[in-house]
Design a protein around this ligand. Structure first.
Ligand SMILES: O=C(O)CCC(=O)C(=O)O
Ligand SMILES: [Fe+2]
Length: 251
């Protein structure tokens, strides 16, 4: 099964910084992934590097240089390859995935701040709405400023970066306000995929029903030709859709 990326998706991605592909994964695939992650959480089976968690620890699970089999399979699902290639304009390499048991309520940010050059494929594994904390995206913000880590520091000449002295979360809120663009709350059904630009300002929205599950998954990808890895102290594992693993040198 191929994911159908229409010219409307492409226009929306270019114009707004994101595109929603409805029903990209089947309900059955989502249910099986959720069951796997619940079993992993409870220790009903074990994967090295992913020990069972405390029963009340539903914080997001981030995989970078080590992937559990289901997360790796989702990150490299062949259906994601062509859409990512289209949106990135290059062959995609997976660099990270996150599993969310619950909404994150993460404050506004740009993923490219953390992972320069990246874009995301975010998948609702159940219905996602304000009840369990939808994601909010500032429409068109991908065409505006990107906040970078060096903006909070002095440069090599001792000059203060443009966000020097700011707290990171406050800087993103200030940029959001300065952009003056609308923000939308994504409503998604099980299996819907939200592709979004790493420069788009987004957040995990408020959760109305405290403690509600919001099973969802996000994969983060960089273009194959993107080689610098300026902000990490360790070489970064990137996995291609053909299964080849590479390390990006740091410098
Ligand atoms: O799902 C969320 O609550 C936040 C998602 C997010 O920030 C991301 O996938 O980059
Ligand atoms: Fe994010």
């Amino acid at each position: 099964m191929e994911l159908e990326i229409t010219s409307l998706h492409q226009e929306q991605y270019e114009r707004d910084g994101f595109a929603i592909v409805r029903g990209g994964f089947t309900a059955d695939e989502c249910d099986r992934f959720v069951a796997y992650m619940m079993d992993l959480h409870a220790g009903r089976f074990s994967v090295e590097g992913y020990p069972p968690r405390q029963p009340d620890d539903w914080s997001r699970l981030i995989s970078r240089s080590l992937h559990h089999p289901a997360g790796l399979a989702w990150m490299l699902d062949p259906r994601l390859r062509q859409p990512l290639r289209t949106f990135l304009g290059d062959e995609p390499d997976g660099v990270q995935s996150m599993y969310f048991y619950q909404g994150s309520e993460q404050r506004r940010h740009q993923d490219a701040f953390f992972l320069p050059g990246c874009m995301s494929a975010w998948v609702a594994l159940q219905q996602v709405s304000a009840r369990n904390g939808s994601i909010h995206i500032q429409v068109g913000s991908h065409k505006r400023e990107l906040i970078e880590k060096r903006h909070f520091r002095r440069d090599e000449n001792g000059e203060l970066g443009p966000w020097y002295g700011w707290g990171q979360d406050d800087a993103f809120d200030a940029l959001f306000a300065r952009n003056g663009l609308p923000e939308i709350a994504i409503e998604a059904d099980k299996g819907d995929i939200v592709f979004f630009n790493g420069r788009s300002i987004h957040r995990g929205g408020p959760i109305l029903d405290e403690g509600a599950f919001r099973h969802s998954w996000a994969g983060h990808y960089i273009p194959r030709s993107y080689n610098p890895w300026p902000y990490e102290s360790h070489p970064r594992l990137r996995v291609s859709f053909d299964g080849v693993c590479r390390f990006t040198p740091t410098h």
